[in-house]
Design a protein around this ligand. Structure first.
Ligand SMILES: Cc1ncc(COP(=O)(O)O)c(C=O)c1O
Length: 389
């Protein structure tokens, strides 16, 4: 048994050595690199051949006039998968969230309860306030991406306090929660928040940019996972690998209002079937690959944990994201390690003053993961030994 283990280990080491000796190509910085392993985000995927063919052959018409057949087909399919009445294709996840929040908070000065570390609050330019006139009431996101249920209930402000307070009209969740490590929000928690929203006459929106990752990791059908939500935004250009777009799903009347707002915001696109065709391929071909991304993320997290100076919280590695922390006592900064890795063609992004984020997607193979691990180990040794300029 021990012999077999040693043999497997040797094969892996030889494979890694071969990877590093592999052919060189031009990297992003113009320097020669051995290969590129782009772990900055799952938004970096390139359209596959099948997607390009589907785009070239898509049957299209003017979607602003409501006549694009490929867009119609795709939206109907998405509505069905998500278990909602209707769907709308929009250019980005940011626009999908903005439109959703604005439809639910039609009255200017309405309030939304959302996590202080969620994408809508942190990374969307405050659009819900500056464009939507919606007041954010942030609650602390726990490390698992949820907010405390008692705190949510206590934060709800009813219209009878109107003279002083904005009225709460919406609660937003994010599933998976990106800044919390791609963690999954359970169906039980989502149902509970939906129940509270209903009791108080509020709506529930889910930023489901990576809702399919959550559904697969939890083993819960996606329509069940979002059953309690009045609307969901789903990104097609993240783990699913489509080049462009997001979809909003909800009731028919919600989507009618969303369509009008999409036009107001400049998101009505004419022959949009070209994009929907690629998204349809992504749905058909890449959905089942998300599971492999999760498995590779675990291999990556486990490998990183074996590198002295680095640590990964394994319980938070539930889907396709891996955040590694750099030990405080170390002389390695996230910027420095990303800079050294880039010289090897491994692309990553600092996530905080002490951590780096790596994201898996269908164009990252298991061999890429082993290559990245080897390069990270080398970069750590190199920086620690003070051998970089
Ligand atoms: C959780 C989450 N929501 C929304 C978005 C916004 O998507 P987009 O970049 O398409 O605007 C992102 C983008 O990374 C995200 O991670």
């Amino acid at each position: 048994m021990r012999c077999l283990h040693r043999l497997v280990k040797s094969i892996v080491l030889v494979k890694e050595a071969l990877l590093i000796l592999g052919s060189k190509t031009q990297g992003r910085t113009g320097k020669m690199v051995r290969r590129t392993v782009d772990l900055r985000s799952d938004t970096v995927t390139k359209p596959t051949e099948t997607m390009r063919v589907a785009m070239a052959n898509a049957e299209v018409d003017d979607d602003v006039l409501g006549a694009d057949p490929t867009a119609h087909r795709f939206e109907s399919e998405m509505a069905k998968i998500m278990g909602k009445e209707a769907a709308l294709f929009v250019p980005s996840g940011t626009m999908a969230n903005l439109i959703s929040v604005m439809v639910h908070c039609e009255v200017r000065g309405s309030e939304v309860i959302l996590g202080d570390n969620c994408h809508i609050h942190v990374y969307e330019n405050g659009g819900i306030s500056t464009i939507g006139g919606v007041h954010p009431r942030t609650l602390k996101n726990k490390s698992d991406g949820t907010m405390d249920i008692a705190e949510i209930e206590a934060a709800i402000r009813h219209p009878d306090g109107e003279l002083y307070f904005p009225s709460t009209r919406l609660i937003c969740l994010e599933n998976t929660h990106a800044n919390c490590g791609g963690r999954c929000i359970s169906v039980e928690y989502t149902d509970k928040i939906g129940e509270i929203a209903k009791q108080h006459g509020l709506k529930l929106h889910i930023d489901g940019a990576r809702i399919f990752n959550a559904s697969i990791a939890l083993g819960v059908p996606v329509h069940r996972l979002v059953q309690a939500a009045d609307s969901v935004s789903v990104c097609l250009s993240k783990g699913l690998g489509a080049p462009v777009g997001s979809v909003i799903v909800g009731s028919r009347s919600f989507i009618t209002k969303a369509k009008r707002l999409r036009k107001t915001l400049g998101g009505g696109m004419r022959q949009v079937g070209v994009l929907c065709a690629a998204a349809h391929v992504a749905l058909r071909e890449n959905l089942e690959k998300l599971e492999e991304d999760h498995q590779r993320a675990k291999i990556l997290a486990d490998g990183l944990n074996q590198i002295k100076q680095l640590s990964v919280n394994m319980t938070s590695t539930e889907t396709n994201m891996v955040y590694f922390n750099i030990l405080e006592s170390s002389c390695i900064s996230p910027e420095k390690i990303c800079e050294v890795l880039e010289e090897h063609g491994v692309l990553a992004m600092p996530a905080s003053a002490t951590s780096v984020r790596l994201v898996l997607h269908h164009q990252i193979s298991e061999s890429d993961v082993h290559y990245a691990l080897t390069c990270i180990k080398q970069a750590v040794d190199q920086i620690t030994a003070g051998s970089t300029k």
